[in-house]
Design a protein around this ligand. Structure first.
Ligand code: AMP
Ligand code: ZN
Length: 472
C-alpha cells in the first residue's frame, strides 16, 4: 500500500512516485515559523497542508519522523540577508526581550496549531539551541573552500557550485519576483547570489543575541539553521522537506547549496511546497502588518476547523484566495457535516467490505498528489452511500486520521453559522414562506418575515443564486 503515494517534487518539477531512502520510514523536515509575530492564516495554510502530508504518509503505512525548527534568530527583514533581524524588530515593537518574544509567539503558534488539529512535529528545535552545530558546519564549509570571510562576516560562495539554482533554470532576477521586500546590495559579497552564514558585522549591530565564534562575537544567518537542525535529527539523507513557495528561493536553494557542499552528496530527495494564501491585495504576509489570525476568525464566530476545511477544499499547488463568502459557505457545510455525522446510529453492523472499498478510494485520492478536495468528496459519498451507519461512522473516523476535521465529535454546540439546528430549520421554513408570499405579491407579508427574522438576529440577502441568510 505504502508505495502508491505520488507527490509533486519541486526539484524535478514532476509528480513522482514517493520512494523513501529506507523502506517503510520517512524523514520529513518542515521550515518552522519566525516567531516575531502571530502566524497568519496564510502561514497556517502551509502548516495545515504539511500536516495533511504527514498524516497521509502515516495513513499509507509509513513510519514518519518529522522535525521542525523555530526561527528565533537570523531571519532579517529581507530574505536576501539585509535589514534588521525580524526578532529584534518584534522585540522593539513590544518593548520586550527577543527571548520573551520568541517564547510568547512560539506558544501562540502551537496553540493555533492545536486549534487547527495540526499535529506537533516529533522534534521541535529553536535555532538558538544549535549555535555550536552552526559554527561547526560553517567551519567545514570554510575548510572545503565553499565559504569566505569578508567585512567580518562569513559568506557562502555560490560560484563554487556547478548548479546553484537547483529548483529552476531561471535567473536570480526572475526568482526574486514575488519574494519579500526590496533588496539592497551587500558590497562584501563576491557574487550577487552569495549569502551570509555568520554575521559579526551588519548595518544593524544592535542585535540582542550574540555568540562567541571563531570569527568573533556574532550570530548566524537564517539558512544555516535548517541544514543543521535537520541533519542533527534526521541524518545526512532526508526524504522530504516542506515549506511555502516563497521558501523555494532563496531559503531552500541556499539550504541545498550549503548542505550538499558540507556533505559532499545529495541531501534531500523530495521538496514539497505549498502555494500562497492571498487576500484581495496579494500574498498575505506578516510584514504587511494587517493580517488575519485564527483568533480573529474565532472572534468573528468561525470554528477554527472551518478554516482547515477551507484549505482542504483547494489543492495545495494552487494559490488560494481568502474570502469571507467562501468561508461562510464552508462554515455551513462544516456544521452540516458534524450534524449529519452526529445522527448516525452506532448500534448498527459494520460492513467490512464496504469499509475497505471506501477506504481504498480515499487513499487513492490523497495518494494522487494529495488531492484533498477529492478526499473531502469521499466524505460526502460515504454519507450518501447505501451502507450501514456504523460503516459510515468508522469510515469518517478513518478519514479523519488525515483530514483531522473532528467529523465524529458530535454536533457543533455553537454551529458554523452561530445558530442551532432547530433555528436553522425555522429560518429555512421562513425563507420558503417569504418566497411564496412574494410570488403571491403579498409584499407586506414578505417584509414582515424579513423583520421577524431580523429580530432573531438573522439577516436575509436576495442574491442571484437565491436567498441567503447570515447572522446580523
Ligand atoms: P515565516 O514565519 O515567515 O518564516 O513563514 C512560515 C511559513 O509560512 C513558511 O513555510 C512560509 O513559506 C509560509 N508562508 C508565508 N506566507 C504565506 C502565505 N501567504 N500563504 C501560505 N504560506 C505562507
Ligand atoms: Zn528552513
Amino acid at each position: 500500500m505504502e508505495n502508491n503515494i505520488k507527490i509533486f517534487n519541486t526539484l524535478t518539477r514532476k509528480v513522482e512516485q514517493f520512494v523513501p531512502n529506507e523502506e517503510g520510514k520517512v524523514s520529513m523536515y518542515t521550515c518552522g515559523p519566525t516567531v516575531y509575530h502571530f502566524a497568519h492564516i496564510g502561514n497556517l495554510r502551509s502548516y495545515i497542508m504539511e500536516d495533511v502530508l504527514e498524516k497521509a504518509l502515516r495513513y499509507a503505512g509509513y513510519d514518519v519522523k518529522r522535525v521542525m525548527n523555530i526561527t528565533d534568530v537570523g531571519h532579517l527583514s529581507s530574505d536576501a540577508d539585509t535589514g534588521e533581524d525580524k526578532m529584534l524588530s518584534g522585540a522593539k515593537r513590544e518593548h520586550k526581550t527577543v527571548m520573551e518574544i520568541a517564547q510568547f509567539y512560539t506558544d501562540a503558534f502551537f496553540s493555533d496549531c492545536e486549534k487547527l488539529n495540526i499535529k506537533r512535529p516529533d522534534v521541535v528545535e529553536p535555532a538558538t539551541n544549535c549555535i555550536d552545530e552552526f559554527i561547526h558546519m560553517i567551519e567545514v564549509l570554510l575548510e572545503k573552500g565553499y565559504a569566505y570571510i569578508a567585512g567580518e562576516n562569513v559568506y557562502f560562495d555560490t560560484s563554487k557550485l556547478t548548479d546553484y539554482y537547483v529548483f529552476s533554470s531561471q535567473s536570480e532576477k526572475e526568482l526574486m519576483v514575488g519574494v519579500r521586500e526590496d533588496v539592497s546590495e551587500d558590497e562584501n559579497k563576491r557574487n550577487k547570489s552569495d549569502f551570509v552564514l555568520w554575521f559579526t558585522k551588519s548595518k544593524f549591530d544592535n542585535q540582542e543575541l550574540k555568540w562567541e565564534s571563531p570569527w568573533g562575537l556574532g550570530y548566524p544567518g537564517w539558512h544555516i539553521e535548517c541544514s543543521c537542525i535537520s541533519m542533527k535529527h534526521l541524518g545526512e539523507r532526508m526524504d522530504i522537506h516542506c515549506g511555502g513557495v516563497d521558501n523555494i528561493f532563496p531559503h531552500h536553494t541556499n539550504e541545498i547549496a550549503q548542505s550538499e557542499a558540507y556533505l559532499g552528496h545529495k541531501w534531500c530527495n523530495y521538496w514539497f511546497h505549498v502555494h500562497h494564501l492571498n487576500d484581495k491585495t496579494g500574498k498575505m504576509s506578516k510584514s504587511k502588518g494587517d493580517f488575519l489570525t485564527v483568533s480573529l476568525l474565532e472572534e468573528k464566530g468561525y470554528h477554527p476547523l472551518v478554516y482547515r476545511m477551507f484549505c482542504l477544499q483547494s489543492h495545495y499547488r494552487k494559490p488560494l484566495e481568502f474570502s469571507y463568502e467562501v468561508l461562510d459557505n464552508m462554515a455551513n457545510a462544516y456544521g452540516k457535516l458534524r450534524r449529519t455525522a452526529a445522527k448516525l446510529n452506532a448500534d448498527t453492523v459494520l460492513d467490512e467490505n464496504a469499509f475497505a472499498e471506501y477506504k481504498g478510494k480515499f487513499l487513492d485520492a490523497i495518494a494522487e498528489d494529495l488531492n484533498t478536495s477529492m478526499a473531502l468528496t469521499m466524505v460526502y459519498e460515504v454519507l450518501k452511500a447505501d451502507i450501514s451507519d456504523k460503516t459510515k461512522l468508522e469510515l469518517l473516523k478513518s478519514f479523519d486520521e488525515v483530514l483531522s476535521l473532528d467529523l465524529t465529535a458530535g454536533e457543533l454546540q455553537d454551529d458554523d453559522s452561530g445558530v442551532d439546528a432547530e433555528l436553522e430549520t425555522y429560518i429555512l421554513a421562513k425563507i420558503e414562506e417569504r418566497k411564496a408570499a412574494k410570488k403571491a405579491k403579498d409584499f407586506a407579508r414578505a417584509d414582515a418575515i424579513r423583520a421577524e427574522l431580523l429580530e432573531k438576529g438573522i439577516v436575509l440577502e436576495d442574491t442571484r443564486e437565491g436567498v441567503k441568510w447570515k447572522k446580523a
